[in-house]
Design a protein around this ligand. Structure first.
Ligand code: GLC
Ligand code: CA
Length: 656
C-alpha cells in the first residue's frame, strides 16, 4: 500500500488488555490491546470458523493470547536448536551431552529469534542480475550472485513478486500465486535458490499480495463470465453503479494510483480497484478468499521460505456498506484502511506461520500515520514485524529523525516487537538523491524530481544514515543498489517509463521507475555486467555514468559505499553492544543524535556544521566519512567502542 505520510504522533504505552470492559493483568504476556471493534457479523462468523487462536467474538481471548505466548517460546526454542546447527550436532554426537557453550548459544538464540535483528536485503529480481541474456533479471542470476549477498552479510532476502503477471504494476498484479513467471525461471529453480541461500545462512522471504489480483487471474476471468450476484463475483467488489442508469461508480473512492477506484464491466457492473484497473480488489468478506490465501501461505512455507512480506496489509478489509470517505475518520473508521477486522486475518496467518518447526515470519507493509494503530498489527499473535515508513520518509534533520526513532521504539515496546529500520524500497526515491535535495523528506505527493540535487552531499548523508540504521535495535532492510549508493535515475525518457503511477497521474507523478533500474555489476558501460548479453535490451535503461558505482569498481575501494555496508554489517553481526542491549541516549547537543548500547558501544551522528569531538576513551570501529583530527564532521556517523575494559573486548578483533 502506498499512502502519503502525515506527522507521526508520539506514543506512550499501548492500552492495557481489557476484557468485557474490565482491565486484566496478563501475567508475563506483553500487553495486548483489544481491537475495540465494530466487527461485522460476517467477519465474526469467519473468525469463528477457526478454533485456534482466533477469538469467536469481538473481544480478544486472553487465554488464546497467553497460549500463543507459550507456544511461541517452545517453537522459538526449536528454532534455536535448528539454527545453531553446529551446536545441535555437537550435542547429538557428544555422549556427555550438551556442553556449557552449547547451552549458552541456544539460550541467546531463544531470547533473540533470527528475525528480531535480521538484516533483510530486498531483491527486485527483474533488476538484480540477468543470467540468460534477455535483459531481465532472473532466478539463475540471483543464484549466481549468492556469494555476493553472503559477503555483504545479510540474513535474509525478500523477493518482490516473482509470479506470473501481465505486469500492469511490475508484478503486483498476479495471475498465479503458486508459480514463477517464466521470465524469472521455474518453481524448481526457486526451490533450489531457497535451499542454496539457506546453506549460506540466508533465509528467503516472498511477497504475498492479498489485497488484489490481476485481471488475468482465473478468479477474475470467472467473475467476468458469471452473472451479477454469482459466487464467482462475490470474491470481488462487483456492484451496480449509481446514477439513473448505473452509469456512475458505486461511490467516489479514489485509486491510490490516481483516478476513480472503480471500472465498469461489459454488463454494467463496476469493480473496485484501489490501485490500477488491472488490479481488482478481493472481497475479504468471502470465506473462499481467506481459504485461498491461507493455502498460498502454506504453499510457499512448504517450499522452504522463511516468511512472507504482506503487500498493502492494512487495506484488505472494506466497509461492506461502501460509504464515502470522510475527512479525519476515527480509529478503525476509514472505509478501506486499517479496519479492525484485519486483525482476525493476521491472527489466523500467525497460527499457520507458528505451526512449522521453524516458525515462519510475517512482515507487514503497513503505512499508517498513527503509531499506536500501527503497533496493533504487531501484537504477539499477529505479524512479527512491519516496515517503519515513518523513518523511511523522515527528512535528514536531527529533530525529526530523533523523534521518529523514539516514536518507533516507544510504539514497538508495549507489543514486544522489534522496530525495523528502512531507508528505501522499490516505491520511493533513492536516499542518495533524496538526501541531496533541499527538502530531504520523502512524500509520494511531492517527489521533487528534477529539482536541484547535490548527489555528493546526498551520498555522504546516505552513508551516515546507513550506519545509523545498522546501529539501532531491531531489524534492518536494505533495498538492492542502496549498498552501491545508486542515485535515482531521473532522466528516463517518457516513452520508456513503465510505472502506472506515472501513467495514471498523467505524468504529474514521475513514478517509481527511477529506483528500479538494473544494477551495475562490472564494466565501463551498460549493461555493466547485469546481463551476459551486451546487446540485451534492458527493461529500463541504465544511466551511462554508472561505471564507478558498479560492484566491481567498489569492491576493493575501502572508501566505497559497498565497503561501508560490508564493514558495518560485519561489525553489526558481531553485536558489539552485546545481547539485547538497552539503548541510552547521549546528549551532544541539538545537531547530534548519539546513543550508547550495551556496555561499550556508542553511535554518534552529526547533522550540523559544528564538528563534534570524539570521546577520549574510545576507539573508532567505523565511520561513514574520514575522521580528521579526532572530530566527527557534518553529515557523518561513527561507531565507537569504549576502551575502558579492553580485557574482555578487543575492538581490533572486529576490524579484521
Ligand atoms: C505495494 C507495493 C507497490 C505496489 C502496491 C500495489 O505498495 O509496494 O509496489 O504498487 O502495493 O500492489
Ligand atoms: Ca533473464
Amino acid at each position: 500500500m502506498l499512502r502519503p505520510m502525515r506527522e507521526t504522533e508520539e506514543v506512550g504505552t499501548a492500552a492495557p488488555v481489557a476484557v468485557n470492559g474490565d482491565v486484566v493483568d496478563v501475567t508475563d504476556a506483553p500487553e495486548v490491546a483489544v481491537p475495540d471493534v465494530a466487527v461485522t457479523d460476517r467477519a465474526v462468523e469467519l473468525a469463528a470458523t477457526d478454533v485456534t487462536g482466533v477469538p469467536e467474538t469481538g473481544v480478544t481471548d486472553v487465554t488464546a493470547v497467553a497460549e500463543t505466548a507459550v507456544t511461541d517460546v517452545t517453537s522459538v526454542a526449536e528454532t534455536a536448536v535448528s539454527d545453531v546447527t553446529g551446536a545441535a550436532e555437537a550435542a547429538v554426537t557428544d555422549v556427555a551431552g550438551v556442553t556449557a557453550t552449547d547451552v549458552t548459544v541456544a539460550d541467546d538464540a531463544i531470547e533473540r529469534p533470527w528475525w528480531r535483528d535480521a538484516v533483510v536485503y530486498q531483491v527486485y529480481i527483474r533488476s538484480f542480475a540477468d543470467a540468460n541474456g534477455d535483459g531481465i533479471g532472473d532466478i539463475s542470476g540471483v543464484r549466481a550472485r549468492l556469494p555476493y549477498l553472503a559477503a555483504l552479510g545479510v540474513d535474509a532476502l525478500w523477493f518482490n513478486p516473482w509470479y506470473p503477471s501481465p505486469l500492469a504494476d511490475a508484478g503486483y498484479d498476479i495471475s498465479d500465486y503458486r508459480s514463477i513467471d517464466p521470465a524469472f525461471g521455474t518453481i524448481w529453480e526457486a526451490e533450489q535458490l531457497i535451499a542454496e541461500a539457506r546453506t549460506l545462512g540466508i533465509r528467503t522471504i516472498v511477497d504475498i499480495v492479498p489485497n488484489h489480483v490481476s485481471i488475468e487471474h482465473p478468479w477474475f476471468q470467472e467473475a467476468l463470465a458469471s452473472p451479477p450476484g454469482s459466487p464467482a463475483r462475490e470474491r470481488f467488489w462487483l456492484r451496480p453503479g449509481t446514477g439513473t442508469a448505473g452509469e456512475l461508480p458505486p461511490n467516489g473512492w479514489q485509486s491510490i494510483f490516481g483516478g476513480q477506484a472503480w471500472t465498469r464491466v461489459a454488463d454494467g457492473e463496476w469493480y473496485l480497484h484501489l490501485f490500477a484497473p488491472e488490479q481488482p480488489d478481493l472481497n475479504w468478506e468471502d470465506p473462499e478468499v481467506w481459504a485461498e490465501h491461507e493455502d498460498i501461505l502454506r504453499f510457499w512455507f512448504e517450499r522452504g521460505v522463511a516468511g512472507v512480506r504482506i503487500d498493502s496489509a492494512a487495506l484488505l478489509v472494506k466497509d461492506p456498506g461502501l460509504p464515502e470517505e470522510v475527512p479525519n475518520p476515527g480509529p478503525g473508521e476509514h472505509p478501506f484502511t486499517d479496519r479492525d477486522e484485519l486483525h482476525y486475518i493476521y491472527r489466523r496467518w500467525r497460527t499457520i506461520a507458528d505451526s512449522y518447526d521453524e516458525p515462519r515470519l510475517l512482515v507487514g507493509e503497513v503505512w499508517l500515520p498513527d503509531a499506536e494503530r500501527f503497533a496493533r498489527y504487531l501484537r504477539p499473535d499477529e505479524l512479527h514485524t512491519a516496515f517503519n515508513f515513518d523513518f523511511l520518509a523522515c527528512p535528514w534533520e536531527p529533530g525529526p529523525m530523533l523523534a521518529s526513532i523514539k516514536s518507533a521504539l516507544a510504539a514497538h515496546a508495549p507489543v514486544d516487537a522489534p522496530a525495523t529500520w528502512v531507508l528505501s524500497n522499490h516505491d520511493v526515491t533513492r536516499p542518495v538523491t533524496r538526501y541531496g535535495r533541499v527538502d530531504t523528506r520523502f512524500a509520494f505527493e511531492a517527489k521533487r524530481e528534477g529539482t536541484p540535487t547535490d548527489l555528493v552531499r546526498g551520498a555522504r548523508r546516505a552513508r551516515a544514515a546507513a550506519l545509523l540504521a545498522m546501529a539501532l535495535p531491531g531489524s534492518m532492510y536494505i533495498y538492492q543498489g542502496d549498498e552501491l549508493g545508486l542515485p535515482e535515475a531521473e532522466n528516463i525518457p517518457t516513452d520508456r517509463r513503465q510505472d502506472p503511477m506515472w501513467r495514471r497521474s498523467g505524468g504529474v507523478d514521475p513514478g517509481r521507475d527511477g529506483c528500479r533500474v538494473p544494477i551495475p555489476w562490472s564494466g565501463a558501460k551498460p549493461p555493466y555486467g547485469f546481463s551476459p548479453n551486451d546487446e540485451a535490451p534492458l527493461w529500463l535503461d541504465q544511466p551511462d555514468d554508472w561505471a564507478p558505482l558498479s560492484v566491481e569498481a567498489q569492491t576493493d575501494d575501502p572508501a566505497s559505499m559497498l565497503s561501508l555496508y560490508r564493514t558495518g554489517l560485519r561489525i553489526r553481526r558481531d553485536a558489539p553492544w552485546g545481547v539485547d542491549s538497552e539503548l541510552r541516549w547521549l546528549d551532544y547537543g541539538d545537531d547530534v543524535i548519539a546513543f550508547a548500547r550495551g556496555e561499550r558501544f556508542i553511535c554518534i551522528v552529526n547533522f550540523g556544521p559544528q564538528p563534534i569531538e570524539l570521546p577520549v576513551e574510545a576507539d573508532v570501529l567505523v565511520g561513514s566519512a574520514e575522521l580528521v583530527g579526532n572530530v566527527v564532521p557534518q553529515d557523518t556517523s561513527v561507531w565507537l567502542i569504549q576502551t575502558l575494559d579492553r580485557a574482555s573486548f578487543d575492538p581490533e578483533s572486529i576490524r579484521t
